[in-house]
Write a protein that binds this ligand. Structure first.
Ligand SMILES: [Zn+2]
Ligand SMILES: [Zn+2]
Length: 362
């Protein structure tokens, strides 16, 4: 038996999103239906709406979500009805060559639900990042559900599903930030501030926030930035060197997705330091024209980070526990809570830089 719920759909390229009736099948083998309690508004949802990801319209948007498992299909043992879960877009397969090498955080064949959600007229929906959680309920692969402590507020916990996890992991796992080190974070939205909070948790001694917006720099200090650099008025590379005894930072996180910013991060880094690209570039962007001798001569590493090289089964419960202990400020990312029909307005607030995260609460 199917059920009908309300969900936020991008019907066509660039069109404002609308709330539509969507049809959810019962979970098949390996699948689960989740009653969504909260879902954050991420830049990637806007990218889908603008046709920047692909042209598989209509999209059922939303992918940073927490909720309660309503029902599970045959063979599902990892979660059961009633479990409080955070949804993820890295349900590791356990079989691909990355998993076989013991590096499941790179899994190349992650699982999604095999059945399709549709509109009433049977038009197949493409769920954003295989999730589609701006909806009262959604159908996912059971592996996309990670159980966490139900004491956590769903609006905060759900943010682990994408941006906060990506930023935390970019600093912690991809960048390997450690106690006493210096960290520079370029771009202080949700992802950047999560990287800053990760640096604080890891014991980084110097945490430098870089942004064009003074309001964002003030917020970055609340997440743990020890210093700020306003890229609109200061020479970013010189300012970072001045804050690090003339050396540059041990780890630089590019959380914008821009060639100019990547170039700054490259030169603001200490010898043998690490640059991590976690900001998502657009397809037209070119790698900055850095002389090869600089790449060779400065040593270190230049890495990209998908989803912060996270492993949801390891990281979501850990970060929820740290949040509940008051050691990781997950709730600080929630700028406002909104209703399902306010997603379009939230996109515009995000574009104007007014919010870290608007979160739909159901
Ligand atoms: Zn795999
Ligand atoms: Zn996202």
């Amino acid at each position: 038996m199917t059920q009908e719920v309300r969900g936020v759909v991008a019907m066509g390229k660039g069109n404002p999103v609308t709330v539509e009736t969507i049809v959810i099948p019962d979970p098949g083998p390996g699948e689960a239906v989740v009653q969504v309690q909260a879902c954050g508004v991420c830049h990637t949802d806007l990218h889908y709406r603008e046709g920047g990801i692909n042209d598989d319209f209509p999209f059922l948007l939303g992918h940073e979500a927490a909720g309660i498992v309503e029902s599970v299909g045959a063979g599902v043992t990892s979660v059961a009805p009633g479990d409080f879960v955070v949804l993820n877009w890295r349900a590791v397969c356990g079989e691909c060559r990355a998993c076989a090498k013991g590096k499941p955080w790179y899994c190349f064949n992650t699982h999604n639900a095999t059945q399709k959600m549709t509109l009433r007229d049977a038009t197949v929906l493409s769920p954003a990042l295989g999730i589609g959680a701006f909806a009262e309920k959604t159908l996912v692969a059971a592996g996309q559900c990670t159980k966490v402590d139900p004491a956590a507020d769903p609006a905060a916990a759900g943010l682990l599903g994408c941006g906060v996890m990506a930023g935390f992991g970019a600093a912690t796992y991809t960048g390997g930030i450690s106690r006493g080190e210096s960290l520079a974070v370029f771009g202080c939205g949700g992802v950047g501030n999560a990287a800053i909070a990760a640096g604080k948790l890891a014991g980084a001694a110097t945490i430098i926030a870089i942004d064009l917006d003074a309001r964002k720099l003030a917020i970055a200090q609340e997440f743990g930035a020890t210093h700020t650099v306003n890229a609109a008025t200061e020479n970013v590379i010189e300012a970072i060197q001045a804050l690090t005894l003339g050396n540059g930072a041990d780890v630089c996180i590019e959380a914008v997705g821009n060639p100019k910013v990547l170039e700054q991060a490259f030169y603001a880094r200490d010898l043998a330091g690490t640059v991590v690209q976690v900001g998502v570039p657009t397809p037209d962007m070119q790698f900055p024209a850095i002389p090869m001798i600089d790449f060779f001569g400065r040593g270190g590493a230049l890495k990209s980070s998908w989803y912060g090289d996270c492993l949801p089964s390891r990281d979501f419960p850990m970060l929820v526990d740290l949040f509940l202990q008051g050691r990781f400020p997950l709730d600080k990312f929630v700028s406002e809570t909104i209703a399902l029909d306010e997603v379009e307005a939230a996109f515009h607030k995000m574009e104007r830089g007014e919010v870290l995260r608007s979160v739909v609460v159901l």
